[in-house]
Write a protein that binds this ligand. Sequence first.
Ligand SMILES: [Ca+2]
Ligand SMILES: [Ca+2]
Ligand SMILES: [Ca+2]
Length: 259
Amino acid sequence: MKKTTVLQATLLLLMFSFFAVTCKKDDDGPKPTVLTAATNVQAKINEYKALLGQNNGGDPGTKGATGFREVNWDGLTDAESAPYLYAPDLFNSPTAPRSRGIVLSTPGTGLMVSADSNNPTGTPTSFGNINPTYTPIFPPFSGERLFSPVGSNIADIRFYVPGTNTKAVVRGFGAVYVDVDRLENAAFEYFDINDKSLGTYSTPALNNGHVFLGVLFPEAVVHRVRIEYGNSALGPNDGGSVDVSVMDDFIFGEPQEVK
Ligand SMILES: [Ca+2]
Ligand SMILES: [Ca+2]
Ligand SMILES: [Ca+2]
């Protein structure tokens, strides 16, 4: 009898602890606005941009608390694109127009922006240089060039005051994914300046098509975003248990110094 009472008390305590932890999690940190689209992607991007404010372009230095910057990869030269690797700080140049405040990294072998259809090395578009079956399944959203890590399906984006090494925070980050086949396979995880997770958000899925995920926090709190692309590095054919995926346009809040 006594044993049963102790067991009941323990269960009650466990239930209370679980409830308390759940509540704490719910109250923990600012609630973001989450925008997703698998159709009318452009309309959702426009909505996301409108929430952020004006386009702040590619000048060095922060422009304050409002606005956004964007990268569509299409302005890169042939020498900056496949089959060559992408320079991780290309869009944190100290001079306009490439002062956008992002530095990328990957646990893989490098980062790559895909070739356009007119290049001196005859490199196929849409990462057809890595696997010829990719060109038809990765239709670009904006101009022809797309982005992907190589040798890994993970990329990290860190924000800086544009053109400098000063760490910055943004209100949010959104991007277009291409050929996400499974809901569970593509996600963004947001981190604050102390590298504490602010939550993980999944993209919608659309075979051979474009989807969008944008997350917007009430204040600038995001210093890093970890992106998982599909469930495999580029290389194998898409299909069966393999889901390869790439990205096009990035849109993010104005990078500003941590207060
Ligand atoms: Ca593009
Ligand atoms: Ca597919
Ligand atoms: Ca895929």
